[in-house]
Design a protein around this ligand. Structure first.
Ligand SMILES: Cc1cc2nc3c(=O)[nH]c(=O)nc-3n(C[C@H](O)[C@H](O)[C@H](O)COP(=O)(O)OP(=O)(O)OC[C@H]3O[C@@H](n4cnc5c(N)ncnc54)[C@H](O)[C@@H]3O)c2cc1C
Length: 548
């Protein structure tokens, strides 16, 4: 009998379940010699998916391309839009106590005269009109201010002039992945797992389905969301809370129509409020927004009121519109001690979660599934594979946690929540060491070379605007040339001008990719829009008008 694992069962049909099914099926089966690994996904018809998770990171297009996804179809099916940056609003205050915004873009400059240009910026200051480091290093915020997309109108799928990620409708993305996976041979069972059987070693041997009887298991992936049905409830793997590091443990999501569907910002906004922050993800069809907050500093009702006040202040909720009906999501922040136990791997919310500030969870699903492919076991299941896998996942979690901690630790907002986040929260030793080092020199490539997602530029983009390097000058600054900086600045200004000239309006680009007839002009709907709570169909931009 073959030692090969022939069957993989995935429990859970959210983003984690379907993306994992796609990744395993594509990367293991496409060129496999001999019979394909049979991938079966079991999904409860009763338990809904979490229904959020709509912003992604810059690696997502290349994953979609490798999975053989037609990108135009992805845009149509998921009402997707482009994301070229995250705008952090009000995360810090200036010397006069006034909150300001900065961007965290997806692009990085090369070297200037052989040196990290952050040294030039630090010594010579901005070369152009804009004082921010990102505007002196990348063209991203110039495109955002002009509301331009990252690809020419006649560009091919996946072509890009600057790096981008997607905003996607979470429900539609799951359905899209499901349809593609089913068309490629993944089996789908809509039933509830009501009992999990283990053999004498403790490995999972079968699943009792409510209607379908017993389903045998060779290898199982737990994608059951926060419930963590197998990893937590059956295998009893301990959960390591990150509550000492990060305070936020609640979220209130809401979906709203665009005020003007022809004006779609190609960036995610994260705006700080009194006890957390609000995400704003503009899809093609609507806006997804939500308040991530700490229950130690706001009751659910207080958070709701504060959130709605914010939505009205920024115009996302028109004055006079009723309060949206919302529910509060409890977030379990931290991670499973191990991610692979016996013949079970937990992927997605079932293995843990870190607040969605940098939209890292879908990326973590991708990496968890890719690494499972890279460590795919035979029936004997060498413990070395699981050990290595657990090490990789642990370091990914710690990397993300530390980057999110950096945002909070360097904020100077005066509110009690923000002070607690800055002064009372734990920082990992490795982050403390790096922050100390960066008082003596700027972040450089070797500081983050073991990291998967955030490199030294990500740290520079987040630290610089908040004054972390203010009034600090470093020995290496004595070795750089002003004319190199000026030449770099001129080239970047030319590049910005070229992009602004050649890149199309973001909305026009999306309509073009989808094959929609673009709306000719913005409709003035002030005061007429009402919240959209259900978005399942791929539709034209939502324009809510009053009915008689
Ligand atoms: C507030 C918030 C905002 C977020 N924002 C982002 C973001 O911007 N970007 C990002 O990358 N990520 C984000 N995330 C994370 C993202 O939503 C998740 O990583 C992603 O949706 C994957 O969820 P999941 O599939 O693990 O779980 P779920 O969506 O909860 O799916 C669980 C599945 O398990 C099934 N199930 C449960 N029990 C059983 C059972 N007994 N039998 C059979 N099936 C069962 C359910 O039916 C469901 O299909 C956010 C999360 C939260 C909470």
């Amino acid at each position: 009998m073959s030692d090969r694992v022939e069957n993989v069962t995935i429990v859970g049909g959210g983003t984690a379940g379907w993306l994992t099914a796609m990744i395993i099926n594509t990367f293991i089966n496409t060129f496999r010699e001999g019979p394909a690994v049979k991938v079966t996904l079991i999904e409860s018809p009763k338990i809904p998916t979490v229904g959020v998770g709509e912003a992604t990171v810059a690696g997502m297009p290349s994953l979609m391309q490798q999975l053989g996804i037609d990108e135009a179809e992805l845009f149509r099916r998921c009402n997707a839009s482009f994301k070229v940056s995250v705008r952090f609003g009000d995360w810090a205050v200036d010397g006069r106590g006034k909150p300001f915004a900065f961007y965290h873009p997806f692009n990085f400059p090369g070297t200037v005269g052989g040196y990290n240009p952050a040294y030039h910026f630090n010594r010579f200051g901005p070369y152009g009109g804009d004082p921010s480091i990102t505007d002196n290093m990348t063209a991203n915020s110039a495109l955002i201010h002009a509301r331009k997309g990252p690809r020419a109108l006649n560009g091919e799928n996946y072509e890009k002039s600057i790096g981008y990620a997607y905003h996607l409708d979470a429900g539609l993305f799951g359905e899209f992945m499901r349809d593609v996976a089913l068309s490629r041979g993944v089996q789908h069972i809509r039933d509830d797992v009501v009992e999990v059987f283990q053999d004498e070693t403790g490995a999972v041997s079968g699943l009792q389905l409510e209607k379908g009887g017993r389903h045998p298991v060779e290898f199982v992936v737990d994608c059951t969301g926060f419930k963590s049905l197998i990893m937590k409830e059956v295998l009893k793997e301990p959960f390591i809370s990150y509550g000492d590091y990060l305070l936020n443990d609640r979220a209130i999501p809401v979906q709203l129509p665009h005020r003007d569907p022809t004006k779609i910002e190609p960036c995610t906004r994260s705006t700080a409020l009194g006890a957390g922050w609000v995400w704003r993800v503009p899809l093609y069809s609507r806006v997804g927004t939500g308040y991530v907050f700490s229950s130690a500093f706001r009751s659910d009702d207080e958070a709701r009121d504060e959130f709605f006040r914010h939505l009205r202040a920024v115009g996302d909720l028109p004055t006079g519109a009723p309060d949206p009906d919302v529910k509060v999501i409890k977030m379990r922040i931290g991670r499973s001690q191990r991610f692979w136990v016996k013949n079970c791997v937990a992927i997605g919310l079932s293995n843990g979660f870190i607040e969605p500030l940098e939209a890292t969870a879908i990326y973590s699903v991708e990496m968890a599934a890719r690494w499972l492919v890279g460590h795919f076991p035979d029936k004997k299941g060498s413990p070395a594979l699981a050990n290595r896998y657990n090490g990789l996942m642990t370091s990914l979690y710690e990397e993300i946690r530390d980057f999110i901690s950096t945002h909070y630790h360097t904020s100077n907002r005066p509110d009690p929540f923000w002070k607690a986040a800055r002064y009372d929260c734990r920082l990992s030793e490795s982050l403390q060491e790096r922050l100390e080092l960066w008082k003596a020199r700027l972040p450089e490539i070797t500081d983050t070379q073991d990291q998967k997602l955030f490199n030294f530029w990500n740290y520079l983009y987040v630290l610089h605007p908040k004054g972390f390097f203010k009034d600090r000058h470093f020995p290496l600054e004595g070795s750089i040339r002003h004319e190199h900086w000026q030449a770099f600045g001129r080239r970047l200004e030319e590049r910005k001008a070229e992009l602004l000239r050649t890149m199309p309006d973001h909305y026009q680009l999306l309509a073009n990719i989808r094959g929609d007839e673009p709306l000719q002009q913005a409709l003035n709907l002030d005061g007429l829009a009402k919240p959209v709570f259900e978005s399942r169909a791929s539709v034209r931009p939502t324009i809510s008008v009053p009915t008689a």
